[in-house]
Unconditional design. Structure first.
Length: 502
């Protein structure tokens, strides 16, 4: 049986149209999903929308719309964006489906049965923007630590006995040192939990837009308890346990650093309290700023993913986000950095290698893959390089070191360019055509292998390169690295693949 891999992006609030943050998390997940598919694993990739809660109820009311109509509309704009970005998700999950309601209510029942829920009354601060409760000591200058405005609420509420989970959580983090990455985030979470946990308010009576509490219709379930359950409702809990049991032990949640606490503290506590196991791993990535400033609609300092893709194309946009900043760190988006990165890596390094090789083969080898004769040690070394790079990439991908995996692939492309500069096939046409054919064959086969390795990074470009080499779509997975190009295969006239941005 194929090994399972379950990757999730957060599900996005539909109070507003999609922005760069949404695109970023989803693209990172997409790179991982494509990589493990190429490795031959059975990949389930979830993204979707988080559609309940006060923030959305308010946004719908401001537009004079019924919440359901409002969320249908915006959820569609997320689906459209992911379609445009050619995201390869297998599930686009929404919290407003009957199936998801059933899972959330089932979880509630289990928590209740296990004596984890009691009725009380909540008096304290709530930030609608974060959909989060904050304690008195967290409020500074009348704002949440995230800068979100807060309001004081007093209402009847059900509570989850989170305070009982401090020890079990700390034990879980200790026994599963790879559960939270990067390391600095893990330490942050541990410090937070060591500081003590208060019981968590998990229902609201002042809003209506949510999943009703079973047997008490005055309450709707707190939006985070509702939303987190999407990760299990979408893979079959409790209605398709076979699928759930296959994928859940292989789960990886990619989240932004701002929502780590919900995923690293509340979520495993809810799951353990309901008798289920926590996910396998969480990775928290950093935030993008624009020209050094926080991205904010009010200052107009936004990055529109759609506009960038329209102007430069999908691969350049994706490549920049994935390569520019070590995954887990904050990053800054500037047009200068964007253009510089694309020209250097995609046009000069990758495009050039492919373009000069294929154009030369087409012109001087009658448009056919050359036939090699004896391979020199340098030829053999170059042909063996992609398999070594793959090994390194596998290790880096297992740590979600996405930009380092990309860097490693690009080291291979530098080697390809270096080999060509040293071997100078263009000097051999008259003097040693057989050696020239060998060099060109080695380059073509090297490029084929490299395009397989870059397929999860720049899928469109890689696929175009593989098509120019007439590689069957079924021979583009990692096992195909060890196959070889068939000499004398006719290739189409090469077209320029990467445009330099001027
Ligand atoms: N609905 C919750 C998640 C529930 S998951 C069970 C939510 N949604 S969100 O739409 O507000 O945010 C989704 C993601 O976008 C988060 O991972 C967040 O970190 C990310 N980003 C939002 N702005 C961002 C940047 N400026 N830069 C990078 N990512 C950012 O939270």
């Amino acid at each position: 049986m194929k090994k399972a891999f379950y990757i999730t992006s957060p599900i996005y609030y539909v109070n507003d149209v999609p922005h760069i943050g949404h695109a970023y998390t989803t693209i990172a997940c997409d790179m991982l999903a494509r990589f493990y598919r190429q490795k031959g694993q059975d990949v389930l990739f979830l993204t979707g929308t988080d559609e309940h809660g006060q923030k959305i109820e308010k946004s719908a009311a401001a537009k004079n719309m019924q919440p359901k109509d409002f969320v249908d509309n915006i959820s569609k704009s997320f689906e459209d964006l992911f379609h445009k970005l050619k995201i390869s998700h297998t599930v686009f999950a929404r919290t407003t489906t009957p199936e998801h309601y059933k899972t959330v209510q089932e979880m509630w029942r289990r928590l209740k049965e296990n004596d984890q829920i009691y009725l009380g009354s909540y008096s304290g601060w709530y930030a609608v923007r974060d959909e989060a409760f904050y304690s008195e000591d967290e409020i500074k200058d009348g704002k949440a630590p995230t800068g979100a405005p807060v309001e004081y609420v007093t209402e009847p509420s059900y509570f989850f006995k989170l305070s009982e989970w401090q020890e079990p959580l700390l034990n879980f983090y200790r026994d599963n040192p790879d559960f939270i990455a990067p390391e600095s985030r893990r330490n942050e979470v541990i410090r937070f939990v060591e500081g003590g946990l208060r019981d968590l308010s998990i229902s609201r009576t002042s809003i209506k837009w949510g999943v009703p509490v079973p047997d008490d219709e005055n309450h709707v379930i707190y939006v985070w308890l509702d939303a987190l359950n999407i990760y299990i409702s979408s893979i079959g809990f409790p209605h398709n346990l076979e699928q759930f049991e296959k994928f859940w032990p292989e789960s990886l949640h990619i989240v932004g650093k701002d929502i780590l606490r919900f995923h690293a503290v509340y979520w495993p506590a809810f799951l353990m309290a309901a008798g289920l196991t926590p996910p396998k791993r969480l990775f928290a990535h950093g935030w993008w700023t624009k020209d050094g400033e926080k991205i904010s609609k009010s200052t107009g300092n936004v990055i529109d993913p759609v506009a960038l893709v329209d102007q430069y194309g999908n691969d350049p946009f994706r490549y920049f986000l994935l390569r520019e900043v070590p995954f887990g760190h904050d990053g800054d988006f500037s047009n200068t950095a964007f253009i510089h990165r694309l020209n250097a890596d995609l046009a000069n390094t990758y495009g050039n290698l492919v373009q000069r090789t294929l154009a030369f083969v087409y012109k001087h080898n009658e448009g056919k893959i050359p036939t090699p004769s004896d391979l020199s040690p340098e030829d053999q070394e170059l042909l063996a390089l992609p398999a070594q790079i793959l090994k390194d990439m596998e290790k880096l991908m297992a740590e979600q070191a996405l930009s380092r995996a990309i860097e490693r692939a690009w080291e291979g492309l530098f080697e390809g360019n270096r080999y060509m500069d040293i071997q100078k096939p263009w000097t051999l046409k008259a003097t040693d055509p057989s050696r020239m054919a060998t060099i060109l064959y080695v380059l073509c086969d090297f490029i084929r292998q490299m395009a397989i390795l870059t397929s999860s990074i720049v899928p469109e470009l890689s696929s175009q390169i593989l098509s120019q080499l007439c590689i069957d779509p079924n021979h583009r997975h990692f096992d195909a690295l060890s196959t070889q190009l068939i000499p004398e295969t006719p290739i189409p006239e090469p077209k320029p693949l990467v445009q330099k941005i001027i």
